[in-house]
Design a protein around this ligand. Structure first.
Ligand SMILES: C[S@@+](CC[C@H](N)C(=O)[O-])C[C@H]1O[C@@H](n2cnc3c(N)ncnc32)[C@H](O)[C@@H]1O
Length: 490
């Protein structure tokens, strides 16, 4: 197999090195201080630590159970396989519409999928390993893809009579007590793509401004770009949907760059324009790239852990195929949204680092479903209300099957949480609480934390034995040197 060669890697080498060089301590301090003050958060600080690079430190005392941080994502996306099950805002990931729409849409899409007997994307490393085997020409059980979808198999489900699913979707059928669980209305994408929906016009506008205006496949987009974007999305959904996140990171950088440039031209912002236009553009691009530059990064194909089912003798070939996959995805994206002034962003080196950053730093995005709350509420009713309600809800539960409620699942990069180092004896935990109904990351203290102490979370199950912990942390590309590991090291 030939190594993919990206010409931009060599033509923009100097700019790429500038984009990838770690920020100075001053830049880092300025960036995080501004971010923390914009979020009115004075309880933590981000500092360089001699041991592990950046870390998060307590700026006050916390007690066990205290909320340490609610972190808003920089970029995030719902897994493609989860889109059948959960209808959520494409920007903040709140469930939208109504309980009836959530259920009706899910049953409708499941039916459609079953009749087309399509599988679905199964997420990053398993899909990579599957991909590797496919490229390696060994066969893969077709059922495996379907099995891993949230929607489960249709065999134990009792379909609803014809027309009921439609009535749920179009609002003609109101379920008992569903008004107790009202959800925000469905706001379609401003570009009319029919792919992105929102909980409010402010989310629709914020997403449009931050990245979607470049990635929208609606009528407002240029037909040639639309075609290319559709191909890019298809490839990402079939291989690894982290590419969608990488596309969002590149789009948001381009849009920030254009905004900075417009602000400079309009005189709203002062910038050193003494150099030539290339160096002026390059420094604006560096500024636009700042939020991404802060994340800890290594090239994806260098840092991704070798899946268990791939022999170490195949490691080089595996890494090369990962690189090829990224190159293919990048070419599709380049066709869709290339911008000459932001050319370095389309180099394979930058693309590999962005994906590597997401693979190593991302947190699972999990938003609890209101459908579960709804059925629990019905179950808790007293008779005769319960009996009456169940006449309507039981056939729906039978149609949904055992996994009647699935939470929204995705992956997201959180700028502050991603600065938290790992410890096998952590003092905090990334945690979903019952009241979390959007895609923010919540960090809670799991024991008292003194002002000045580093706040650590565990990336893996910290109760595993030493070697198993180290093996799990290999997925994050490092060997743990926390106090517990240093003590337990044989
Ligand atoms: C999510 S980042 C945490 C923030 C990171 N320190 C930074 O500078 O951006 C994870 C990286 O931090 C380092 N790290 C975090 N916890 C560590 C630990 N317990 N032992 C060794 N390295 C650690 C590793 O380089 C790891 O890949």
């Amino acid at each position: 197999m030939e190594e993919p060669i990206c010409p931009i890697d060599s033509s923009c080498q100097t700019q790429i090195s500038a984009l990838l060089s770690p920020p100075s301590t001053l830049q880092l301090q300025e960036y995080y201080n501004t971010l923390l003050s914009a979020r009115h958060c004075s309880s933590i600080t981000v500092k360089q630590d001699a041991n592990f690079g950046k870390g998060v430190f307590a700026a006050m005392d916390f007690s066990d159970g205290d909320l340490v941080l609610r972190d808003q994502m920089l970029v995030g996306s719902q897994h493609s396989f989860n889109k059948i099950d959960c209808f959520v805002c494409s920007f903040c990931f709140r469930f939208i519409g109504s309980i009836e729409l959530q259920i009706g849409r899910r049953l409708y899409l499941q039916g459609l999928r079953d009749s087309e007997s399509h599988g679905c994307d199964v997420g990053s490393s398993s899909s990579l390993s599957k991909n590797f085997h496919e490229m390696d020409s060994s066969s893969e059980d077709e059922d495996q893809g379907t099995h891993q979808c949230g929607s489960g198999s249709s065999k134990d489900k009792i379909p609803l009579p014809e027309g009921v699913v439609e009535s749920l979707m179009n609002g003609q059928l109101n379920l008992p007590f569903s008004k107790e669980f009202s959800l925000p209305p469905v706001v379609p994408c401003l570009g009319g793509c029919g792919e992105a929906y929102y909980c409010s016009t402010s989310c629709a506008e914020a997403d449009w401004e931050s990245s979607h205006s470049l990635l929208c496949t609606g009528e407002r987009s240029d037909p040639a770009h639309r075609e290319a974007l559709l191909k890019f999305n298809k490839h990402a959904n079939e291989t690894n949907d982290i590419f969608i996140l990488a596309a969002k990171a590149i789009s948001s950088t381009i849009l920030r760059y254009r905004k900075l440039k417009a602000n400079c031209h309009e005189g709203k912002m002062k910038y050193d324009t003494s150099g030539d236009s290339n160096s002026y553009n390059a420094s604006l691009l560096l500024e636009a790239w700042r939020p991404i530059s802060m994340g800890h990064k290594r090239r994806w194909w260098d840092c991704v852990a070798l899946p268990d089912d791939i022999d170490s003798s195949d490691e080089d070939s595996f890494r090369m195929q990962i690189k090829e996959l990224a190159f293919k995805s990048l070419q599709l994206l380049k066709k869709a949204i290339f911008d000459k002034e932001c050319e370095p962003l389309f180099s394979l080196d930058i693309y590999g680092h962005i994906i590597g950053m997401f693979e190593q730093n991302n947190l699972d995005l999990v938003v609890a479903s209101p459908v579960e709350d709804y059925f629990l509420y019905i179950d808790d009713l007293k008779n005769p209300d319960k009996e009456e309600a169940e006449k309507i809800t039981q056939p729906i539960l039978d149609a949904l099957g055992e996994d009647y409620s699935v939470c929204c699942q995705g992956t997201a990069f959180f700028p502050l949480q991603s600065c938290m180092n790992h410890s096998c004896s952590p003092n905090a935990k990334a945690f979903k609480r019952d009241e979390d109904r959007d895609g923010q990351a919540t960090i809670i203290a799991v024991r008292p934390i003194r002002k000045g102490e580093e706040i650590t979370i565990s990336y893996v199950d910290e109760d595993l034995p030493f070697e198993e912990r180290q093996a799990s942390l290999a997925d994050y590309g490092f060997r743990c040197r926390c106090p517990k590991c240093i003590e337990e090291e044989p």
